[in-house]
Design a binder for this molecule. Structure first.
Ligand SMILES: Nc1ncnc2c1ncn2[C@@H]1O[C@H](COP(=O)(O)OP(=O)(O)OP(=O)(O)O)[C@@H](O)[C@H]1O
Ligand SMILES: [Mg+2]
Length: 278
């Protein structure tokens, strides 16, 4: 599926990401004993309907949300017992990136590099490179406050990449980008993967998942329904559908149908309580 040539580092490196029986509940389970293993240098797309638990999963991996249960290892580092070391090797770009409106892209990148303790000269060279790669050159000295959503997204991505992370966690990175910007971002992501960087990304743009990822995981209600290459998913779903959209919708629909009889038979809590009292 992937068109990217890459180093063979995954043959010796520990998995870039390994999560085991990860669980998080709010009013209901959002992530339900989820396990995933992603090899170093892999491009992994995490798909699922709205509310499936994708963002919750990514936020736990990024160390922003404490799991109720389970383990997370990032490049062999236990992210729950050694979160600082884990954060050094990862980058997280949320679906609504936060950048500082009063700073210019160059100032923002210098600020982020400073937080990582990077040498100022190295940081400036890296910032210039990222500004160039994301086509932000003409805006590099304008305050981010006046930027469009797509421009803010690119500044946030540049900020996430400045410390040269090994694992990049992206929540809907292409939402709000115009065609040209989306192409730029996809090219950057492809280049990173070709350098042995690992990416886990959520997207509702199934064509992007189909064209860019090595493997795809489909989750619903916090559980992994299917995982593998497009061919594997086609096999799992038993669908004759050609596109990932057909296969994805088949997998999710099958899960809904499996759950439906329980819902239909389930009694409202007050009815069940009255029956117990009767
Ligand atoms: N902070 C929170 N407080 C309460 N419930 C939450 C919180 N965060 C997520 N949830 C719930 O957890 C479930 C999973 O949400 P999550 O945002 O992970 O889904 P998602 O797969 O990212 O969906 P989308 O495709 O819409 O982004 C949803 O039912 C959501 O309402
Ligand atoms: Mg989400």
């Amino acid at each position: 599926m992937s068109r990217v040539k890459r180093p063979m580092s995954h043959l010796i490196a520990p998995p870039a990401l390994q999560i085991r029986d990860l669980a998080k509940s709010f009013e209901e389970p959002a992530v339900d004993e989820l396990s995933l293993t992603i090899k170093a240098g892999e491009f992994y797309a995490l798909l699922g309907p709205n509310g499936a638990g994708k963002t919750t999963t990514l936020r736990m991996i990024a160390g922003l949300l404490k799991p109720d249960a389970g383990n997370i290892e990032i490049c062999g580092i236990n992210a729950l017992t050694d979160p600082i070391s884990a954060k050094r090797v990862l980058a997280w770009v949320p679906d609504e990136p936060m950048i500082y409106d009063k700073l210019t892209p160059l100032e923002y990148l210098a600020f982020v590099a400073g937080l990582w303790g990077m040498n100022a000269e190295v940081a400036r060279a890296k910032a210039d490179q990222l500004i160039d790669v994301f086509g932000l050159g003409t805006k590099s000295n304008e305050r981010c406050g006046g930027f469009s959503k797509g421009m803010r997204q690119k500044v946030a991505l540049a900020g996430a990449l400045i410390h040269e992370p090994r694992l990049i966690i992206l929540d809907e990175p292409l939402t709000g980008l115009d065609a040209g910007s989306a192409r730029q971002v996809k090219a950057v992501l492809r280049h990173l993967v070709s350098q042995g960087v690992t990416i886990i990304m959520t997207t509702h743009i199934l064509e992007v998942a189909e064209r860019m990822s090595d493997r795809i995981g489909v989750i619903a209600k916090g559980k992994l329904l299917a995982e593998g290459t497009l061919e594997d998913l086609r096999h799992t779903s038993g669908t004759s559908g050609e596109s990932l959209e057909d296969i994805f919708l088949d997998i999710v629909k099958e899960k809904e149908q499996q759950d439906a009889p329980y819902k239909a038979n389930a009694k409202a809590p007050h009815v069940a309580a009255l029956e117990v009292l009767a």
